[in-house]
Design a protein around this ligand. Structure first.
Ligand SMILES: [Cu+2]
Length: 142
């Protein structure tokens, strides 16, 4: 009986979600660094809540994960700080290592994440976080 009800609920969820490809915002994300690319290179998260992000570097070289508005990326394209630590939105990850960071995105919007080591952004080591309003998230969940 419970199983049937669960299946019914799942079917309903599928029907309600329809064919429109909506991405459910999540406060947990895992991003792999693999062959100097981010995987996945897209994430949708709610504004105003802590987002726990696990960064797994599968490569034999170090990478960095820097997220924020265009101004942050401009600074890092010309930056001289070789290693980033202590700021949740700027994380260096050694080869074959993982780091966990917690970021709060205050406002909805789109924020690029980029590895600014020389040549990596040009190679394609970049992605995009879409931050949606927290009320939209609550409305969707109900
Ligand atoms: Cu890199």
């Amino acid at each position: 009986m419970t199983v049937l009800r669960l299946v019914g609920a799942l079917l309903l969820a599928v029907l309600v979600s329809g064919s429109a490809p909506t991405v459910t915002p999540t406060d947990e994300a895992a991003i792999a660094f693999h062959f100097s690319r981010f995987s996945p290179d897209r994430a949708t998260v709610p504004a105003g809540v802590p987002i726990h992000i696990t960064l797994n570097n599968d490569d034999p070289i170090a990478h960095e994960w820097i997220v924020g508005p265009a101004s942050i990326h401009e600074v890092h394209r010309k930056g001289t700080e070789a290693w980033h630590e202590g700021r949740p939105n700027e994380v260096s990850v050694p080869p074959y290592a993982s780091r966990v960071t917690t970021v709060v995105f205050d406002q909805p919007g789109e924020f690029a994440f980029v590895c600014h080591l020389p040549g990596h952004e040009e190679y394609g080591m970049k992605g995009l976080v879409t931050v949606v309003s927290n009320s939209a998230r609550v409305a969707r969940a109900s």
